[in-house]
Design a protein. Structure first.
Length: 345
């Protein structure tokens, strides 16, 4: 712990212990003809885009089965659709599931490549198209000509084509150096938002926290890595709630993830104050930050002198955080990692 005070604040902020029948209907839409001055049609294009995004949805089944048919057998598709018999991989990558043909042997290299492609798709869906990342899916077949397809609003992208990119093999040699490279070149965002969905009773809003790198650089970058891993893939509890003080979380529901992320990071200097709604790391002493965090319910400025450095602040859902009570803490999971430059509404 970082020291003792008469209120025993440290006692509160120490780290805790840790069959479906899927007949698919394929549709495609012919894009309207372009004009030389295509800006005249920008409003119509934006309307079309919003319409398409509204119809997108996740595919939630554990298997994906599709009969083969030729282009002459369907009036709604301009391609020959191959048969598909795939099963969902046990883990998700940045909230994106992977479906693998039953005859494909999944290798560690394929999993690494799936993580890379999922990271790109998650960024595109969240920051460019403003659509739920849950509508994105990966699949890995054997030899079909399909790069991607739309299955009733669920978008599927073929990992096999991503594997064939000429520069990818070179990049894979850098995977083991990724963490050191990121920290030396600073590829982390200067600001980003995290969305937490809860099952807190009567809560109608998620908890959205804006993280600012300049407040606590090491802590912000570390949290970015944690959020973009599988740490919150399994629901986890708000395990310590002190009304009028703080609410604490950050122990994964997956014991293996707690082992993976058990390493500590050194402290940041305290540049901001622990005011109401700010987010800081819980610790077990100097330079012992891992994954556990707390949200300040009130202005706890006395924590500043104890070395707790805020790295972000709740912008939406502080009332939801305040609705969590002991002895039955709510459950929490990351529904989306809102990527750089996204402004929380």
């Amino acid at each position: 712990m970082r020291g003792r005070v008469r209120l025993n604040i440290g006692d509160f902020l120490t780290t805790g212990r840790p069959s479906t029948d899927n007949v698919q209907h394929i549709e495609s839409t012919v894009e309207r003809d372009r004009m030389k001055n295509f800006r005249r049609h920008q409003l119509e294009d934006d309307t079309d885009m919003r319409t398409m995004i509204r119809t997108s949805r996740p595919y939630v089944h554990s298997e994906f089965n599709q009969p083969e048919y030729s282009r002459n057998e369907s009036n709604n598709s301009c391609e020959a659709v191959p048969a598909a018999n795939m099963i969902r991989y046990k883990d998700q990558f940045y909230l994106i599931p992977l479906y693998v043909d039953r005859n494909v042997t999944l290798t560690d290299t394929m999993i690494d490549q799936a993580k890379q492609l999922a990271w790109v798709l998650a960024g595109l869906s969240t920051c460019v198209f403003k659509m739920p990342v849950e509508t994105m899916h990966l699949f890995r077949d054997i030899d079909s000509a399909r790069i991607a397809f739309n299955s009733n609003g669920a978008l599927f992208f073929n990992l096999r084509y991503f594997e064939q990119m000429s520069t990818l093999c070179q990049l894979l040699f850098l995977v083991v150096l990724a963490t050191a490279f990121a920290r030396s070149v600073n590829v982390y965002p200067s600001t980003y938002c995290i969305r937490f969905d809860t099952n807190v009773k009567n809560a109608i809003k998620p908890i959205i926290i804006n993280i600012t790198q300049s407040w606590a650089p090491l802590g912000a970058n570390h949290l970015f890595d944690v959020i973009n891993s599988q740490f919150y893939a399994v629901p986890a509890a708000f395990f310590r709630v002190v009304p009028g003080f703080v609410v604490q979380f950050g122990i994964s529901g997956d014991p293996q993830q707690n082992k993976i992320w058990n390493g500590t990071i050194v402290d940041d200097p305290v540049l901001m104050s622990n005011t109401v709604g700010t987010l800081s790391y819980a610790t077990a002493g100097p330079d012992t930050r891992t994954t556990q965090l707390f949200i300040n319910y009130v202005n706890n400025t006395r924590l500043d002198l104890l070395g707790f450095a805020p790295l972000g602040i709740v912008t939406t859902g502080l009332d939801t955080a305040n609705a969590i009570f002991n002895p039955t803490p709510g459950r929490i999971f990351v529904s989306s990692a809102i990527l750089p430059n996204h402004i929380a509404e």
